[in-house]
Design a protein around this ligand. Structure first.
Ligand code: ADP
Ligand code: MG
Length: 578
């Protein structure tokens, strides 16, 4: 509940619209309440006395009021729709901006798929309920109070019927709410499950096919689907019972009014008009009660949705700029690790322990080690994707925690292990590294990254559209575009996380030669699988289970480092070594 109110604080810009909705609703309710009175007059003074002119006059007036009420209702729902959609837009924007600031840590914690449903489904949920609340709440309140007063003034005696009927209606509604609300909670969880299954199926389609798991996945989906279906059937069963029950109650009230009313008409205490007016008011009150119930059923869903949204909103990114950021020193491109230890959330063993090394401009520092040894983790600490547990990572002599993230990352050209491309043209994707890069710069970066040949053989060259994630490219092609994206920035520090393993040996060699020229005064950090890719590096760091097992040049390591020798012997033949 508290979170829902917090979300509704974002309604501030719409305060005028909301006042408009309430005012129009008030007018509409007033018109509705006026109608039974007019009808009573027509019956008593027109139909019974046979005064046709009076019927026409009052009837015309009734028509006028009814249309005015209708127009008010339409305007009110338009304004309510505006408000709720505007609220959705604001919350969505805020949420998105907030999530953009998350460090990888928070992404790990939430997981992409729930962040996705929270920014879409949950916000739609809030939007829907806002419309409900805006249009129904005021209406139900005005109607029930107004109609109660008018019913009483039409005939105080008949009001006693309502004393009995309304608690019964309220009791039925209460029972229904109690039954339905938990079911709706269940539906939400089950829809989450379906989303998860579908998502995994879409992203994992190749694996599913390759391992003949289609049937297994079908069963999994069918199960999730059947769960939702069954719950919805339960909900609808209750609703199906509800409608006739309410009709029965309404009709019982009508019968009671006719029964007791006609007795009072017989004794001359009441006329036909007010009795029929009373009946209308009684119905209006009961309908208002039903509306309130519908709102109560919707309420828990929007409370749940707002909880999920606020949980994201209130998560402070672990990595934020320091209050006072420092400018990096005059040196360019120094990367220093001082006794760094780091563990992931929930990891028992540190992913990295006691890492100490220096990488200098003009030098290539290579990192090698078996999978899971912490290579990607190590390089992700340089752009401060995560914060270290102890020790320090320095860039240009300043602790990365004291640099502003923008300044820090502006110095780095990062090629992640898994190349990620965006929907857009080839040139767009390369320009992602530098917004204002000229066509020549883009082409040059592509040339260094050995991408020219395949880019130019594509139908539209640099303006060829790439699909989402670059699905229409091979792994090695994606890697090379990701590299061009880093190269076009001409950063001080290049980080290549395993960017060469998807390339054939020849392209690998050409690329390294071209890179060497390009990066002669920059700091280059290369994570590699193949010894051949890094043999000539100025410094090789051998990682083993998060620790440095050896540090030095190829020759030095061959003499001193057992782990390195094992890697080398497993990859290179005798001639290559000699
Ligand atoms: P490498 O790149 O050398 O193959 P990584 O640096 O990716 O290895 O992983 C090192 C260790 O950290 C592995 O044991 C892996 O399970 C763990 N790890 C990697 N990423 C995460 C993460 N986001 N959350 C938790 N543990 C992780
Ligand atoms: Mg890795």
């Amino acid at each position: 509940m508290r979170n829902l109110f917090k979300l509704y604080r974002n309604l501030k810009p719409f305060i005028l619209l909301i006042i408009g909705v309430v005012a129009l609703t008030y007018l509409q309710v007033m018109a509705n309440l006026e109608l039974p009175k007019l009808m009573a007059n027509i019956i008593d003074n027109g139909i019974i006395t046979g005064d046709i002119a009076y019927i026409w006059k009052e009837g015309g007036y009734m028509l006028l009021i009814a249309s005015a009420g209708g127009i008010c209702a339409i305007l009110a729902s338009l304004m309510a729709a505006r408000t709720s959609i505007g609220l959705g837009r604001i919350v969505r924007n805020r949420l998105f901006a907030h999530v953009e600031n998350f460090s990888l840590h928070e992404f790990d914690r939430f997981g992409a798929s729930t962040l996705l449903t929270r920014t879409t489904n949950d916000i739609v949920q809030i939007q829907t309920s806002t419309i409900f609340f805006l249009t129904m709440l005021a209406n139900a309140l005005f109607t029930s109070v107004g109609a109660a007063i008018l019913a009483y003034s039409a005939d105080p005696q008949l009001t006693r019927i309502l004393y009995v009927a309304l608690p019964v209606v309220a009791a039925v509604m209460f029972v229904v709410t109690r039954l339905v609300v938990p079911l709706f909670g269940l539906v939400q969880a089950e829809i989450d499950k379906i989303t998860k299954v579908v998502r995994e199926n879409l992203t994992g389609i190749r694996v599913i096919r390759a391992f003949n798991r289609v049937d297994h996945e079908k069963v999994r989906f069918e199960r999730a689907n059947a769960d939702v279906t069954n719950t919805y059937i339960k909900v609808n069963r209750i609703m199906a019972v509800l409608m006739p029950t309410m009709m029965l109650l309404l009709n019982a009230v009508i019968v009671a009014i006719l029964w007791f009313g006609s007795a009072r008409i017989n004794t001359g205490n009441l006329t036909l008009g007010p009795m029929l007016a009373f009946m209308q008011y009684a119905l209006q009150i009961m309908v208002a009660l039903i509306m309130l119930t519908v709102m109560f059923i919707q309420l828990p869903r929007s409370v749940a949705a707002s909880d999920r949204i606020m949980a994201v909103m209130e998560t402070q990114p672990e990595i934020a700029d320091a209050a006072e950021t420092r400018q990096a020193g005059a040196e360019r491109g120094h990367v220093t690790f001082q006794d760094v230890t780091f563990s992931y959330d929930g990891g028992e063993e540190p992913a990295l322990s006691n890492i100490t090394f220096d990488a200098n401009p003009g030098e290539t520092t290579a990192i090698i080690g078996s999978t899971g040894s912490g290579k990607s983790t190590l390089v992700s600490l340089i752009p401060r994707f995560y914060d270290v547990d102890s020790g320090k990572v320095l860039v240009d002599g300043v602790d990365v925690r004291e640099l502003s993230q923008e300044d820090l990352r502006g110095r780095i050209g990062f090629v992640p292990q898994k190349a990620v491309l965006f929907t857009g043209t080839v040139a767009d994707n390369i320009r992602y590294g530098k917004k204002d890069a000229s066509d020549e710069e883009v082409a040059y970066a592509a040339k260094v990254a050995q991408a020219t040949e395949f880019v130019e053989s594509m139908p539209d060259g640099y303006t060829t559209m790439l699909s989402e994630g670059g699905l229409n490219l091979s792994g090695g092609q994606k890697q090379r575009l990701a590299m061009a994206r880093a190269l076009v920035r001409r950063p001080e520090i290049y980080i290549f996380d395993d960017s060469f393993s998807a390339l054939d040996f020849k392209t690998d060699a050409n690329l390294r030669a071209a890179l060497k020229k390009e990066t002669h005064d920059a700091t280059v950090i290369i994570v590699a699988q193949r010894v051949g890719s890094i043999m000539n590096a100025d410094r090789i760091i051998v990682l083993d289970e998060g620790r440095i097992a050896g540090l030095g040049t190829h020759q030095e390591l061959m003499k001193t480092c057992e782990v390195y020798r094992e890697i080398v012997y497993s990859q290179l033949s005798e001639e290559e070594l000699a």
